[in-house]
Write a protein that binds this ligand. Structure first.
Ligand code: C2E
Ligand code: MG
Ligand code: MG
Ligand code: MG
Length: 284
């Protein structure tokens, strides 16, 4: 087929695809040992209040320090871990580690307001029957109050979700844990559906933020964000924006009524000490 099409380009593309498949295969097999050997680590990216720029909390973002391939981002291995089910123990480790970290920040900044921690959950974790019990145990062991935890679930993971899937989320929400709809606006979900979901935060996808990069921003995008914010607020949901890279974007999104923001403009994901220093800066 590729030859008939007459190009080396196709063979080259095939070879590249083969190599990617081999790497994927190798990474998939290396995952369990990597977890045992402690090759994963977490970077934290601050979430700030758009009103005054103070630190609201941080999102935990997992990375894999691979002995041959160097540091790999989650897009390289989370789908593989999802596929094999390793996401359950890996996700539990991320939760445990980041909750412990959040408790540590809170102890260090007892008067600095309740610093919060956001942790991503993937669909397989949502389906896992131990989710609620594991989460309760992790919080209790670390001594972190449920109100300081926000679990992020993508909009696409909840599209068409039945009661069976929503029940554990509802239980977590009833305990005071915030549930955020991550990458909101990309999943074409029915907005009326929002009422049915036990969520308290909408995280507007980066694609919206991107269109605010050049000012004046596209008037249609502005109207869309305005509409989402007003709907969210009328349902008593907070709005977080991701991917804020410039001060102009931040200002525009603040004017549109968004509550909190996250992005390179404030800080790239980094070591836990970075959050510590940012909170100290707030305090002065
Ligand atoms: P996400 O939850 O939507 O996280 C936001 C992503 O945007 C992160 O990518 C972050 O580094 C990146 N980002 C933040 N600010 C900016 C910005 O200003 N500009 C740009 N261009 N990018 C920005 P990252 O760390 O590569 O994570 C990718 C995705 O992997 C996450 O998307 C999340 O869905 C998933 N993920 C990360 N950690 C975990 C985890 O522990 N468990 C699960 N299940 N998924 C995770
Ligand atoms: Mg997220
Ligand atoms: Mg997101
Ligand atoms: Mg996103």
């Amino acid at each position: 087929r590729a030859k008939a099409a007459g190009g080396n380009r196709f063979e080259f593309a095939d070879a590249e695809a083969d190599e990617r498949a081999i790497t994927r295969h190798g990474l998939t097999h290396a995952l369990p040992a990597a977890l045992e050997r402690g090759e994963f680590f977490i970077e934290y990216q601050p979430l700030v209040h758009l009103g005054d720029g103070s630190v609201h909390g941080a999102e935990a973002l997992v990375r894999w320090s691979h002995p041959q391939h160097g540091v790999l981002g989650p897009d390289r291995f989370i789908p593989l871990a999802e596929h094999t089910g390793l996401i359950v123990p890996l996700g539990r480790w991320v939760l445990q580690e980041s909750v412990r970290q959040a408790r540590f920040w809170q102890e260090k900044h007892a008067d600095g307001g309740p610093l919060r921690i956001n942790v991503n959950l993937s669909p397989t974790q949502l389906h896992h029957p131990g989710l609620v019990a594991d989460t309760v145990e992790v919080l209790e062991r670390a001594g972190l109050s449920p109100g300081a935890l926000c679990l992020e679930v993508t909009e696409s993971a909840l599209i068409g979700a039945d009661e069976g899937l929503l029940k554990p989320l509802r239980q977590l929400a009833e305990m005071g844990i915030d549930i955020a709809l991550d990458d909101f606006g990309t999943g074409y979900s029915n907005l009326a559906n929002l009422r049915r979901l036990p969520v308290s935060v909408l995280k507007l996808d980066r694609s919206f933020t991107q269109s605010m990069q050049r000012l004046p921003a596209d008037p249609v995008d502005i109207k869309i964000v305005e509409g989402i914010v007003s709907l969210a607020h009328s349902l008593e949901l907070a709005v977080t924006v991701e991917g804020v890279e410039t001060g102009a974007q931040a200002e525009q999104l603040r004017e549109l009524g968004c509550d909190t923001a996250q992005g390179w403009y404030y800080a790239r994901p980094g070591a836990p000490d970075m959050i510590h220093s940012l909170v100290l800066m707030d305090a002065v």
